[in-house]
Design a protein around this ligand. Structure first.
Ligand code: NBX
Length: 825
């Protein structure tokens, strides 16, 4: 055996022959095949297995070091982690990408081909889930002790197919052929109680004791996914819980001869982690979702406490020194009463002592102001599933109401407003209020969003707890979103400013001085062109459609939602089409409008918009009169791995939400980092992007939040715009004909109705003209090749602020109070 190929070799010293030997060994010994028989899937698995040797060695060292140093750690609780693919990331972070690529080439295999074999780990809906993935990448890179806790969904976000223009949802079966990165840890299984009733007893000194007699117990089985930091020193872990029937609970039924019933219990228990709920930004209030939330929170807390007790026994006094828990939105908020239950009922701490611990451990991130997205659970549902937790929530609220009374004596309206319990025909538990009350810090995700959290969502809480509400602007990991996804641009940057930028993104600033340098502009735009060629090939393969790489690639990629206004983009495309039909010489630079978006399966209008985009695309792409000035592309099944291909090829980034609605956005940062120029509203992090790049390097349009509010207050009437602007009228009327849906008049009418009959809640028509003008400015700017190149370079150069390392540094300094822990090789 090659002496160097053993798994204690430091990754820095691995060479091509070591890597080759390891891959071949795994083809033989792990996969039972050989170099001649192996298909790409087998090569992918063998390559992952070769990598995993180093990954696990790093994990072992990290865990040992953290244990020996008894480090304080952050525990990132999130119902979603949108990890995407891991092979390229792990190779990059270990600095082994070139080594692996060379080794495989010698074996007759292309690394980039086999990377395509990896299914995305799509255990999230969108921005919130991807943020969690970027954050754990940064935490490992910055050598911070951290664990991600979430759910091991059997099916991630649905796979989207487009049939005759319409979205069809198919199950995502990402694990059907195994996941080479994960390790099952049966030794750390937890049990979780559900349902049942609470018995009140009296202990010594008359202490009231509550005993929860659960009606059902399920098992949580942990799967660990190693998270490799850049340069491979710290390897943290993402621990995802899978539900299984508890042996303990089912034995009685089984022994009583109820074999079939016992199996039925199994199915129910396993349902908990079966599927990710595909709704972003709306809460359906489904019982199973509450069970999912409680399931992973309870498993995770017990896991944390087990680890704490190993070092500190029953001494709870240091718990808050060792443990901080970040709640990614309110989805894990049930962890607050769960920790109270454990401390009060199990550890028998006094209420005040327990509450003191809780409120030093939890911090909460808010990701939305949309009322329909704020989680509320019927009190009756909580009572049924978690009877003891409802009692605890009432007790928290009772004590909180006394605090409110102290601050605003006798003000019952204030009490009703701030109460965790919303009274009405059905009592509801407001998870946002519970989170604010139970946390020591609450943050929004961009300056503007955090300002609105303070001024409109939780103004009274801000008054009651000065300083608790704060901002941490989101970020993205430049390792995945530039270095790995855009190798040509990364190499160009390396040559120009050195190789330190992935860990210190402010270094990109060094590119700014070359922004007006003609040679550098050519190099930068050549890379862009090559990336556009790659995406054009992807479009050809996926849709059998030819696009001109010299056209402007104008990209809108994000979940489909009315507030994100993909239909504003669409109306403008229709208007351009109409202008060309009316004037064949209409002067514009050719443009390819590219969309990627999934709609929540129950969101009718969102699905209608996808259908409309595809129908308009069909018509325009096949109309010779357009003379290839416009092409419309809807790439199906938008996901992390597709984003990695689209972002490097984008010229224009569409960030066109109604001001005040997009909490931050993170796609905006990824696109700008890769040299796309933003057309956007003053919303979310667009505001901060504009500050960084300067007004000359971004196209801002539309109403500001203040203007949106004023217009709403004075009475917004979309019909005013319909009748005053002939282009708006013509385009909306067009939707009612069968022009885009031959033989099916009215198939697209719901969009018109939402804008005219249902009040245009996101003010699409109010912003239309200003958007169209901004698009004309984009067109003019692009035609000046040098000006455009300069803008694109400045965008890349000024993205330093938006590395998730900076976000994590903000969390560490201001909220988590963590110190790095060096891992020796
Ligand atoms: O979180 C998103 C916001 O809309 C973005 O503006 C922001 O940049 C991003 C990260 O902070 N929110 C989001 O993605 N929400 C969800 O995916 C979601 C999922 C399930 C759910 C509610 C919201 N029940």
């Amino acid at each position: 055996m090659n002496a160097k190929a053993n798994n204690t070799q430091s990754p820095a010293k691995i060479d091509k022959s070591d890597f080759k030997a390891a891959v071949v060994k795994h083809l033989h010994c792990t996969l039972g095949t050989d170099e001649n028989k192996a298909n790409n899937h087998a090569w992918w698995k063998a390559t992952c297995a070769a990598m995993q040797e180093h990954v696990l060695e790093g994990l072992r060292k990290t865990q040992k070091t953290h244990y020996l140093n008894d480090t304080r750690a952050v525990h990132y609780f999130s119902a979603e982690f949108l990890m995407g693919r891991l092979l390229s990331n792990n190779l990059q972070n270990f600095g082994l990408f070139e080594v692996a690529s060379g080794a495989l080439k010698e074996l007759g295999v292309e690394l980039t081909d086999i990377m395509e074999q990896e299914p995305d780990m799509a255990l999230g809906n969108g921005g919130l889930g991807r943020l969690a993935a970027c954050f754990i990448d940064s935490l490992a890179t910055m050598e911070l002790p951290a664990i991600g806790y979430g759910i091991h969904y059997e099916h991630g976000l649905f796979r989207q197919e487009i049939k005759s223009g319409a979205q069809i949802e198919r199950p995502d079966s990402w694990r059907d052929y195994g996941n080479p990165w994960e390790i099952c840890r049966p030794e750390s299984i937890q049990e979780v109680s559900l349902f049942g009733y609470v018995e009140t007893k009296y202990g010594e000194n008359g202490r009231v004791l509550k005993e929860w007699h659960p009606g059902s117990i399920v098992k949580g089985v942990p799967w660990d996914i190693p998270v490799v930091g850049y340069e491979g020193k710290t390897v943290n872990v993402l621990r995802l819980w899978q539900s299984e029937a508890s042996d303990y609970f089912n034995w009685d039924v089984f022994n009583a001869g109820g074999y079939v019933d016992a199996q039925r219990e199994n199915v129910q228990a396993e349902t908990i982690s079966k599927v990710l709920y595909p709704n972003d930004e709306t809460e359906a209030g489904k019982e199973l979702r509450l069970i999912q939330q409680y399931f992973f929170c309870s498993c995770s807390l017990k896991d944390i406490i087990r680890r704490y007790k190993r070092a500190h026994g029953d001494d709870w006094s240091r718990f808050a020194d060792q443990v901080v828990i970040q709640l990614n939105d309110t989805h894990p908020a049930i962890a607050i009463p769960e920790l109270m239950r454990i401390l009060v009922d199990r550890a028998e701490l006094d209420w005040d002592q327990a509450w003191g611990i809780c409120t030093q451990v939890f911090a909460y991130t808010n990701h939305t102001l949309l009322p329909e997205a704020l989680e509320k659970w019927p009190a009756r549902m909580i009572e049924k599933i978690l009877p003891r937790h409802l009692e605890i929530i009432y007790e928290i609220n009772h004590r909180f109401m006394a605090e409110v009374d102290k601050k605003w004596p006798g003000d019952n309206a204030m009490k009703a407003k701030l109460s965790i319990i919303e009274e009405g025909h059905e009592k509801m538990v407001r998870m946002g209020h519970l989170s604010v009350i139970g946390s020591f810090a609450v943050n929004g995700v961009a300056e503007m969003h955090s300002r609105l959290v303070k001024s409109s969502l939780f103004p009274e809480f801000d008054e009651l707890y000065p300083g608790k509400l704060t901002n941490v602007t989101n970020g993205i990991t430049p390792r995945r979103w530039l270095k790995a996804c855009n190798p040509s641009l990364s190499k160009l940057i390396d040559k120009k400013i050195g190789v330190d930028w992935p860990k210190d993104l402010y270094k990109l600033e060094g590119l700014a001085k070359f922004a007006s340098n003609k040679t550098f502009q050519k190099q930068f735009m050549k890379v862009k062109l090559e990336n556009k060629e790659l995406l054009a090939e992807e479009i050809r393969q996926s849709l059998d459609l030819e696009v001109d790489v010299n056209a402007i690639f104008d990209v809108q990629i994000k979940r489909l939602h009315e507030y994100k206004r993909q239909h504003l983009n669409l109306l403008h495309i229709m208007a351009l089409y109409r202008r060309i039909l009316e004037n064949p010489d209409y002067d514009m630079h050719p443009r390819v409008f590219i969309f990627g978006a999934k709609a929540a399966p129950g969101y009718k209008l969102a699905k209608d918009i996808i259908y409309a985009i595809n129908k308009v695309a069909d018509k325009i792409n096949n109309d010779p009169r357009v003379n290839n000035k416009i092409k419309v592309v809807f790439l199906p099944n938008y996901r992390v791995s597709l984003a990695e291909k689209m972002i490097p090829a984008s010229d224009v980034s569409e960030q066109i939400s109604t001001a005040g609605k997009e909490a931050s956005g993170t796609g905006n940062m990824k696109l700008a980092l890769n040299g796309a120029v933003t057309i956007g509203t003053l919303d979310g992090a667009n505001v901060e992007i504009a500050e960084e790049v300067g007004d000359d390097n971004i196209f801002i349009f539309g109403l500001t939040v203040e203007e949106v509010n004023e217009l709403k207050a004075k009475g917004y009437n979309p019909l005013d715009y319909y009748y005053k602007d002939p282009e708006i009228k013509a385009v909306l009327d067009w939707l009612e004909t069968d022009y885009f849906t031959p033989g099916k008049p009215g198939a697209l009418v719901s969009i018109k109705q939402s804008l005219l009959d249902h009040g245009d809640p996101y003010m699409v028509l109010a912003d239309y003209r200003s958007y169209s003008d901004a698009q004309i400015a984009v067109d003019e700017a692009y035609r000046d090749k040098e000006r455009w190149a300069e803008m694109a370079i400045i965008n890349t150069a000024k993205m330093g602020k938006f590395t998730s390392d900076r976000s994590i540094k903000d969390y560490v300094d201001r909220i988590w109070k963590l110190s790095p822990c060096k891992i020796e090789n």
